[in-house]
Design a protein around this ligand. Sequence first.
Ligand code: SF4
Ligand code: SF4
Length: 439
Amino acid sequence: MAQQGEKLLACIHCGLCLEACPTYVITGDENDGPRGRLYLMRAVAEGRLENTSDAFRTHIDRCLGCRACEQVCPAGVEYGQLLEASREELSRAQPKSDFTDKVLRFVLKHVWLSRTRLRLFFGSARVFRDLGLPRFLLKTGLARLFSQRAHFALALLENSRTIFHTSGKSVPSASQTDGQSPPVLLFAGCVGGGLFARVNRATERVLFANGFKVSAPEDQVCCGALHAHAGDLDGARELARKNIAAFKSGEPIVTNAGGCGAMLASYGHLLANDASVAEAAAQFSSRVRDVSQQLQTVEAEAAPLNKKARSVPDTTNGRCVTYDTSCHLLYGQHAGDASQQMLSAVVGPNFVPLEGSERCCGAAGIYNMLQPEMSGRVLQEKLDHVRETKAQILATGNPGCQMQIGAGAQLAGIKLQVCHPIELIDEAYAQAGVYGDGE
Ligand code: SF4
Ligand code: SF4
């Protein structure tokens, strides 16, 4: 925490960040805003406040980590990094003892750091989901017999399902590309690979159709975002080192998950003090891009995405589509615009903008499980705006946001299907026969 002192001093207390902060807007409490949290961090760093105090824990825990405050800060305060350091400080000083937190720490340590156990974990979740058990429990109302948290968790899992038919299509192999195709490496992600494999397949197909040779390194692991959010920076570093080794070949690293992308892009900072890997970590981070950013690189040269998009029929069958920007895609990767542009290439006049699209949806990693009350209030604002759009489809570039908004809409009785923007492109390409066999 002492190392963070200089960064904390960058805040000039102007308060311009307050209205951008979802938790401050909800509670009106200065300590639930970025400036107040920075005061608390500074008080701890200067020894005026115990790092075990209730005030420090409560207000740091309540932060979504959305980084909307960074975007509007004229002093360039690196809030996200300061927050991560505070969470590490908290978890070292006084690990929480409630049941949910104990389970979380156990799972992050003993499941997430082991590829075999993680596969088993997601394999079981998939079987449970694909047998229709969450749907059954939710539809019959039996889910209400569980705790509110478990009820919502079932809705999250249910909303990791696909809404498109293209998900069963095969993915072209790298050998089908010609020697000229620029190679890219796909970062699959743990939740992405476990529950959203169809989004990864759609990403591969669309990249392939736009002339890229895609491969996914076998030894890749989770990005470490969940560990970093939970204050386990050592766990995050362990995963980061493995990914740096897995992706050592030097090509662009493409992700379709805003949360993972922002984490991968921060490896340079995460490992800056480890001389053995600091340079490789910084290089790794500089190669990370969202799929929409990668597609923009070919658009600039030959516009194949737009050319194909212009030739495709209406993917949405007349249904209105809206778009919610993942905070980490927007503030962590600065790719919110690229993603929306990619989407509008195939949605056209059926697109309806979502007010507050840049605001967090309340998912924030596993914040929705750890802070269900505040997460629910943040989500409510999002759902109110979704209702106003009258959209039937919402696209968003992060699996956590997909599940959160889908679950919220389902439980609130809003008829909404949620997907990733790349799934809409993929579906449009399939309908237009871009993959060669039409639909
Ligand atoms: S990260 Fe988000 S919730 Fe946290 S202080 Fe910044 S704006 Fe507020
Ligand atoms: S906008 Fe930046 S400088 Fe101003 S109070 Fe917020 S964090 Fe501090």
